[in-house]
Ligand binder design. Structure first.
Ligand code: KIV
Length: 277
């Protein structure tokens, strides 16, 4: 096994000008394979609400569900840094609730957590969590948990003024102790400007080529989630077609008595056979 990726490794990669790869995963075997492929950070994104559980938005998932998926992914990830997305309403009522839920994810195997937003309340929560030794990944730009407030899947930081606002939020996150910051749906010129003005690595989720890291939802990368694929996610495969083909072939073989075959069954011993007649 290669050395486990830590938050220090992530900072070193940025300092050396090396790109950092981040991919989501929601189950044991996917985590194991992408870990073996050399991905640096595996994120149990709350995107699993939509991709794995079929919910309409990410806001429907709760801490109980995130904890189960964290356990599965953490078992598969030997090298990658494992980060769990804190779901909507798992850190919003009080700092004590935030700490309790974050600790549940750490006990389930997460090495760090991701928290969306940079309001005064959230900055306070992040300070609390980093002070008890749990690394936090920040998330600004488009923040899906604020969808109802933002009013739609809108690109953020389209002007210099709004970019300055995102940078100010990112700097506050940095001061609160985050080890990295996701920039979601931000034009790449704005993301470049923000990246150049921060110490911690930025992670692009539709924020272009100049961030230190890139993150993609694994179901988009594999071509598995078919409801929609965002402009900024590249499909490297067609798992939907692969799964449908496998299921169709299996269905055909079952209906036509072709599955199972002689090689796929168990037999009783010769001397037992007479008792069956
Ligand atoms: O939920 C998620 O998967 C995410 C990333 C894509 C950043 O938040």
């Amino acid at each position: 096994m290669n050395k486990k990726v830590s938050v220090n490794t992530v900072q070193k990669l940025k300092n050396n000008g090396e790109k950092i790869s981040v991919l989501t995963a929601y189950d044991y075997s996917t985590a194991k394979y992408i870990d073996e492929a050399g991905i640096d950070i595996i994120l149990i994104g709350d995107s699993l609400a939509m991709t794995a559980l079929g919910y309409e938005t990410t806001n429907s998932i709760g801490a109980d569900e995130m904890e189960i998926f964290t356990k599965a992914v953490a078992k598969g990830a030997n090298r990658a840094l494992v980060v769990t997305d804190m779901p909507f309403m798992s850190y919003h009522s009080s700092e004590a609730e935030a700490v309790t839920n974050v600790c549940r994810m750490v006990k389930a195997g997460a090495n760090a957590v991701k928290i969306e937003g940079a309001t005064d309340y959230i900055l306070n929560v992040i300070r609390h969590i980093t002070q008890i030794g749990i690394p936090v990944m920040g998330h600004v730009g488009f923040t899906p948990q604020f969808l109802n407030k933002i009013g739609g899947y809108n690109i953020q930081g389209k002007s210099f003024e709004s970019t300055q606002e995102i940078l100010a939020q990112a700097k506050k996150l940095e001061d609160a102790g985050v080890f990295s910051i996701v920039l979601e749906m931000v034009p790449e010129e704005s993301a470049k400007y923000i990246t150049e003005n921060l110490r911690v690595p930025t992670i692009s989720c539709g924020a272009g080529r100049f961030c230190d890291a890139q993150v993609v939802v694994c179901d988009d990368l594999f071509g598995k989630y078919s409801e929609f694929t965002p402009k900024f996610a590249r499909k490297y495969g067609d798992m939907r077609a692969f799964i449908t083909d496998c299921a169709k072939n299996y269905n055909f073989d079952v209906k036509n008595g072709r599955f199972p075959s002689e090689n796929e069954v168990f037999h009783v011993k010769e001397e037992e056979l007479k008792n069956f007649n």
